[in-house]
Design a protein around this ligand. Structure first.
Ligand SMILES: Cc1cc2nc3c(=O)[nH]c(=O)nc-3n(C[C@H](O)[C@H](O)[C@H](O)COP(=O)(O)O)c2cc1C
Length: 355
């Protein structure tokens, strides 16, 4: 029996299989509003057979967007289209999830196909914020170091966006604490040089993450799964480490987080990442074993036997796919054929199913 196609229940949600579409920015929204691109993109991956789709990094504030074209949930108008998309995803027996984010010093950049450079105000960008006034890129403008009031405003924005996410019908919520975005900027000593209660010691550097978590939990139903994505290491000297990731994961588990989504990197340009198939899987395994929490693995996982093996070796509980799903939204249907798993195809496509 295929483990990849075995169900997993977390809280009241049962995922029909262990295949997750990893969050992927589409840089295709206007004023944070979803549109038919998002409907077709997410919808085709739902009919493609994934068990869970986590929608792209969705900003809790306009200034938290990576690009002016990011999705957002900072106002009520943004709820409606997401609700329609989620209804379609659910109709395919797939669980709709959202990743809530604030990009901090990595905000205000052009979409990749427009060069991905930092945008100034005259180019449609805005002043960015961060724990400390340290720019991400050498030629980039320094962010404004957040004061306590501004920090609390962001925490409140996570709370309000969570309330809207519930109204939009999401059934999984993931807090984006990875890839060098705002929460990660607080975690890492390379980007956080504060001398107040948000900087210095491990306890101080994780404070913003825990305050954000508490705000999210005040609105997120306690019977729905809550995930946190972290970068398990900065891949840079003096940065956030795997040991700290294990310690944080233990605390998150104690506070009621259901799953840690294990990625790496994204904080500094001088990171050295040994990119190869499964390169992040050992971090997922270590956190699963040492923190005793449910985890997902992601990163250059592209085929059925590779994914099946990660589960067989108990290195992770869910497997996430990003670029493979862009190449082929129907890869789960194909994987089921390869692993001889008997799954339900969308009835409209049944005549293509190899028996
Ligand atoms: C187009 C694109 C957009 C992405 N956007 C996000 C995002 O919004 N949030 C996030 O946590 N990761 C994002 N990622 C990273 C992926 O979720 C994933 O972790 C990474 O691509 C490695 O998985 P893969 O080898 O299967 O592509 C993005 C990746 C791609 C290719």
């Amino acid at each position: 029996m295929s483990l990849l196609f075995s169900p997993l229940k977390i809280k009241k949600i049962e995922f029909k299989n262990r295949i997750v579409i990893s969050p992927m920015c589409q840089y295709s929204a206007e004023n944070g509003l979803a549109n038919n691109w998002h409907l077709v993109h997410l919808g085709s991956r739902a009919s493609g057979g994934a068990g869970l789709i986590i929608q792209e990094a969705t900003s809790v504030l306009p200034e938290g967007r990576i690009s002016p074209e990011d999705l957002g949930l900072w106002n009520d108008e943004q709820i409606e289209k997401l609700k329609e998309i989620n209804q379609f995803i659910s109709s395919q027996d797939c669980v709709p999830g959202i990743q809530l984010a604030h990009a901090g010093r990595k905000a205000s950049h052009a979409a990749p196909w427009s060069g991905h450079q930092q945008l100034n105000e005259s180019q449609g960008g805005w002043k960015t914020v961060a724990p400390s006034a340290i720019a991400f890129g050498e030629n980039e403008e320094e962010p404004i170091a957040l004061d306590n009031n501004q920090i609390q405003n962001i925490v409140e924005a996570f709370r309000s966006a969570t309330k809207r996410a519930v109204q939009a019908g999401f059934e999984v919520l993931e807090i984006h604490a990875a890839h060098g975005y705002l929460i990660h900027q607080f975690l890492s000593p390379l980007s956080n040089k504060r001398t107040d209660q948000y900087g210095g010691s491990f306890e101080n550097r994780i404070r913003f993450a825990l305050e954000t978590l508490a705000a999210v939990q005040s609105e997120w139903p306690s019977d729905l799964p809550l995930f946190v994505r972290i970068s398990a290491t900065d891949w840079a000297d003096g940065g956030w480490t795997i040991e700290e990731s294990v310690q944080l994961s233990k605390i998150l588990k104690e506070k009621g987080v259901d799953l840690i989504d294990i990625s790496t990197g994204g904080l500094v340009h001088h990171q050295k990442i040994p990119v190869a198939p499964n390169y992040q899987v050992p971090f997922a395994q270590q956190i699963k074993e040492e923190a005793g929490i449910t985890v997902s693995a992601v990163g250059l996982i592209t085929d059925a036997t590779q994914a099946e093996e990660i589960l067989t070796k108990q290195q992770a509980d869910l497997v996430m796919f990003a670029r493979e799903s862009l190449r082929n939204p129907y890869f789960p249907l194909q994987f089921a054929n390869e692993l001889k798993a008997d799954i339900r195809w969308p009835k409209q496509y049944e005549r293509a199913q190899l028996k």
